[in-house]
Design a protein around this ligand. Sequence first.
Ligand code: CDP
Ligand code: MG
Length: 177
Amino acid sequence: MERTLVLLKPDAVQRRLVGRIIARFEDAGLDIPRIETVTATAEQVRSHYPDDEEYLRSMGEKTVRAYAEAGKDCSAAFGTNDPVGIAQRIREQLVEYLTSGPMIKMLLCGPEAVTTVRRLIGATLPADADPDSIRGAFSNDSPIIAGQEGRAVMNLVHASGTPEEAESEIALWFPGL
Ligand code: CDP
Ligand code: MG
């Protein structure tokens, strides 16, 4: 059995989507041995999204790609076209986003739980997410509009990207588990 960490972000709670999102994980046969409400601190969010160049580059590249597809230049929204610099800015916007209200933190278990849950939530940017996925079905925020407004893309849910990320995120949100 593999473990993974899910956060239902403040927009999921505010929009009263918690029950419907959890139902999708239960329908897929995942176990939820721990689930709690949490109001995150800025420090927790900064630990959750590490200041790690490889991670930041992959996040920034998604943004550069989305802007290029829309025929837009990143520098107006982020002051730079460098993926790492863009992602550093987004990382600070994520602190605002994830501390803006209560979240639900959950430990999920099952065979290949990391991959299964990532498939259920869909791609990071709602427009790229499969319409049957959680993000595709329930969110439609755009990185262009979010960039103009100086905030993170609201996409309802976080799930660990790899088993290693899962273990470090579980240690952060459920210390001792
Ligand atoms: O959440 P996920 O693992 O799918 O994506 P990530 O690359 O680790 O990015 C973390 C979070 O940053 C996303 O879920 C979005 O909320 C946010 N983000 C953003 O606000 N703008 C972008 N252009 C890319 C990501
Ligand atoms: Mg991620």
